[in-house]
Design a protein. Structure first.
Length: 114
């Protein structure tokens, strides 16, 4: 069924050639930059979370696997839960100072917002 997903092919003009095969463009994942050349922002967010506070780390440039690995390290060192998706790491609770210190020790350029 995955080969016959018509929604991905909206707006495509089809050929009358019986041997024609539509090839989708695969998104290119950008390479992970070294920590010294990345600028991360650490902030506190309470919006749309039922009044709960979370620490957001944004600005990461790299692959999903590297983002997930960095998020896993931060969650372990803070001793709380969280997630890593869409280029942001979410840590449950107000850990701005601790996360900023951990990322600085790892070699990242970190700025704290609010």
């Amino acid at each position: 069924m995955a080969d016959n997903d018509w929604k991905k092919r909206l707006g495509v003009v089809y050929s009358t050639d019986p041997d024609f095969r539509y090839e989708e463009e695969k998104p290119v994942e950008e390479e992970t930059l070294p920590p010294a050349s990345q600028r991360l922002s650490v902030s506190l967010d309470k919006r749309n979370r039922g009044g709960k506070q979370v620490t957001l780390v944004s600005g990461f440039r790299g692959t999903r696997d590297d983002l997930a690995e960095l998020g896993r390290k931060l969650k372990i060192k803070c001793g709380v839960g969280g997630s890593a998706k869409d280029g942001e790491i979410t840590i449950q609770g107000d850990f701005r100072d601790k996360v900023t210190a951990i990322l600085s020790q790892m070699g990242y350029k970190v700025r704290r917002i609010n």
